[in-house]
Write a protein that binds this ligand. Structure first.
Ligand code: IMP
Ligand code: MG
Length: 177
């Protein structure tokens, strides 16, 4: 795969994140919450989003990995999780780069609800609804994207391109070195 066209420029992202932050801010109306940023892809978006939120917030992280077995799909597994006092009895906003099949966020929702969160909400920068295999919907979302593999602004292709300031579509071609 190689880099195809730019889908969202740095400026597109900046203005959409600002509008999204206003929506999120309105929802919390000054009440505190714990933002759980999903590593690794969600960290750039989280960093930009939370600087525009005005309610008191705690910042925490989670990491989930999927091991795919044949065509049956992967079993999500927790690699890193907030500590109990960061989430129990609190309003929790999970922030991720992209909602694709929905397995990661549906799994995180189940685990966080089990851990006793008071409220569970999600904010994703990108939504690829055509790929969904669960009924998961994000509460706040930035842009809808078609079924193309995207990279940049935190999102990777084979571990690369997370540092690109724009979001690009990948297309079949020569593999990166
Ligand atoms: P889901 O569990 O299928 O919804 O996948 C969510 C995760 O897969 C995201 O947090 C990303 O890390 C990764 N992912 C899904 N689609 C893409 C893509 O187009 N580019 C980069 N990463 C992606
Ligand atoms: Mg991810």
């Amino acid at each position: 795969m190689e880099i195809g066209g730019v889908l969202f420029t740095e400026a597109d992202i900046r203005s959409r994140v600002a509008a999204l932050a206003e929506e999120v801010d309105e929802h919390y109306a000054g009440e505190s919450c714990t933002v759980v940023s999903v590593l690794k892809g969600g960290c750039l978006f989280t960093a930009d989003l939370i600087r525009r939120l005005t309610m008191p917030l705690y910042l925490s992280f989670a990491a989930v990995s999927s091991y795919r077995s044949g065509t049956t799909g992967g079993n999500p597994r927790i690699e890193f999780f907030p500590t109990d006092h960061e989430i129990r009895g609190r309003r929790v906003l999970v922030v991720d780069d992209i909602l694709d099949t929905g397995r990661t966020l549906a799994f995180l929702r189940d685990v966080l609800v089990e851990a006793g969160v008071k409220e569970f909400k999600t904010c994703v920068l990108l939504d690829k609804p055509s790929r969904r295999i669960t009924d998961f919907q994000a509460d706040f979302r930035g842009f809808e994207v078609p079924d193309v593999f995207v990279a940049g602004y935190g999102l990777d292709y084979a571990g690369r391109y997370r540092n690109l300031p724009d979001i690009v579509g990948m297309r079949p071609g020569i593999s990166p070195q």
